[in-house]
Design a protein around this ligand. Structure first.
Ligand SMILES: NC(=O)c1ccc[n+]([C@@H]2O[C@H](COP(=O)([O-])OP(=O)(O)OC[C@H]3O[C@@H](n4cnc5c(N)ncnc54)[C@H](OP(=O)(O)O)[C@@H]3O)[C@@H](O)[C@H]2O)c1
Length: 494
């Protein structure tokens, strides 16, 4: 995160302290602090100040290089003493409104909440002159920054009020109302048509749980502040952590389930009866279950079967752990061999004591041809085949970039060759989700293989998380995990 501070507001030499030249090529920094003066300390302590007017453009997108204030962002209020040093007092606030105006446009209501004694433009001009050491005219630009004290944020709805979080609009059936008895909140960084709200809300209705699943969008850099509020919020029961939040939330949780700790990523947060926030990772188990279901239909089990896992990123971590836990013989092959090695070492260390599987192996993409010859499952967990420049590449063969027709064709031709090497009864799987089947799955289907996509993984990890939260309540009503899975599956495909 960019660290940035304000210029001192007092200029004892009378020089101009604000710098108005904007280098158009440099991105404005986001300000992290807001300074008040010693004589305003009492007002800050009593939370009586809720706004301030700064000279110049201090809006996040167009601010000069001192840094702009971002709506929804947290900053620290600091007290600068008359000798220029700082008081240790630091108060956390959240900025919810940043408005740029010319001084001539300032109305008395713009000055409400500021420390000015008389809320008049004349008073403001006088104060700016004192702070910045120069005269101000009606043509000067100023920025009105409004904020709320972090102590006053008690519920998730407050985070929406101050713009730290917004409702996701793309998922089907995402309620835009926090005024309900309890809720689970999946956090995501970018709005997308996620299935979680429709799945969870169907289960809430079906099993008579008076709660809602409300997906909210925010900046994962505010994860610590967001979780502080969730911890205080009696209505918050838990919820998902999407891409961006998966790693970021870990530092701010009170407890971590051992597997999530090993994987280094959390996809689900549960509030314990003691009010602690505990992190889990159900991504991997969700995938392992979906593969298990495929083998079960053949009257076979996962234990002892060989899985060739293509990729070693965040999803690869979770999937490889879960498959190893199921007793599969896992080989991790990744473009960057060091990452495959680190992951294999980590998993081997974790399972060493339990001796539940043979040592995991690893390698680079050049080993794909050799390792798939006796594979029972070949699973893509890399980003090959996902939206963007890799969209048209199959994960079974190297992806030479740029994504030219020639390079893509070479990848697809090589995939065809490699598919001929794989035993015909192997499962070819790809967790990458898209509007249609990935190039790997399309090629595998064309070659007559049974395939498995990433949708069952989404459903299963949702069921696992729902069960973690509500198992006692559901069991007391004689509701089984299978019934939850059935409801969520139906909702996801609706
Ligand atoms: N279905 C589900 O529920 C579900 C859940 C989670 C994730 N996913 C999907 O899984 C995919 C991976 O996610 P992630 O979070 O693991 O991503 P990540 O942490 O960024 O890891 C990316 C992986 O892709 C590999 N990769 C990237 N570019 C490559 C290239 N040009 N050639 C070969 N390998 C390349 C990386 O290899 P290097 O180490 O060499 O960079 C790494 O192994 C995403 O598409 C995500 O949407 C699906």
């Amino acid at each position: 995160m960019t660290s940035c501070c304000e210029e001192p507001q007092f200029n004892k030499e009378g020089g101009e302290v604000e710098k108005m030249d904007v280098d158009k090529h440099e991105k404005p920094a986001i300000a992290q602090e807001l300074w008040f003066q010693e004589d305003e300390k009492e007002l800050v302590a009593k939370h009586s100040i809720g706004a301030t007017v700064r000279a110049g453009d201090r809006t996040a997108k167009t601010a000069d290089l001192k840094g702009g204030y971002q709506e929804g962002g947290f900053v620290n209020l600091k007290i600068q003493k008359n000798d220029g040093s700082f008081d240790p007092l630091e108060t956390r606030v959240i900025v919810y409104s940043v408005v740029k105006k010319m001084l001539e446009e300032i109305e008395p209501e713009d000055l409400e909440g500021t420390p000015l004694l008389q809320k008049t433009k004349a008073d403001l001009i006088e104060k700016l002159k004192r702070l910045y050491g120069r005269d101000f005219t009606d043509n000067d630009v100023v920025t009105i920054v409004r904020f709320e004290y972090a102590d006053n944020l008690k519920e998730a709805g407050d985070l929406i009020r101050v713009k730290t979080l917004t409702y996701a609009h793309e998922p089907k059936e995402n309620p835009k109302n926090m005024d309900i008895p309890s809720y689970t909140i999946p956090l995501i960084e970018h709005d997308y048509p996620a299935k979680t709200p429709v799945m969870w809300n169907a289960a809430y209705r079906k099993f008579g749980i008076d709660a809602g699943n409300i997906m909210l969008v925010g900046d994962s850099q505010s994860a610590g502040h967001i979780l502080d509020v969730f911890r205080k919020d009696a209505k918050y029961r838990g919820g998902g952590a999407g891409v961006g939040f998966k790693n970021e939330v870990i530092t701010y949780l009170d407890e971590l389930e051992p597997l999530a700790k090993e994987i280094g990523a959390v996809n689900f947060i549960m509030k314990t009866p003691e009010g602690k926030l505990k992190g889990f990772n159900t991504d991997g188990i969700g995938y392992a279950q979906s593969l298990e279901e495929v083998f079960k239909q053949r009257q076979e089990e996962l234990r002892g079967k060989k899985a060739v896992v293509l990729g070693a990123g965040g999803a690869g971590n979770a999937v490889a752990f879960a498959l190893a836990e199921k007793g599969m013989r896992v080989v991790i092959l990744n473009r960057t061999v060091a990452k495959a090695r680190d992951l294999a070492d980590k998993i081997n260390r974790y399972f060493k004591k339990m001796r539940i599987n043979e040592t995991l192996r690893f390698g680079g993409e050049e080993l794909i041809a050799a390792e798939i010859r006796d594979a029972d499952a070949v699973i893509n967990v890399s980003t090959k085949g996902s939206a963007g420049e890799l969209e048209k590449y199959s994960a079974l063969a190297p992806a030479v970039l740029p994504a030219s027709q020639e390079n893509i064709q070479e990848n697809l031709d090589r995939t065809k060759e490699l598919l001929r090497v794989i035993p015909q009864d192997a499962i070819i799987s790809d967790i990458v989700l898209g509007k249609e089947a990935t190039p790997l799955l399309k090629s595998a289907k064309a070659a007559g293989f049974e395939t498995l996509d990433g949708i069952p993984m989404v459903i299963n990890q949702g069921v696992e998380a729902f069960w973690l939260l509500y198992d006692k309540e559901l069991q007391s009503k004689n509701i089984t995990k299978e019934q939850v899975a059935e409801v969520m599956k139906r909702a996801a495909s609706s």
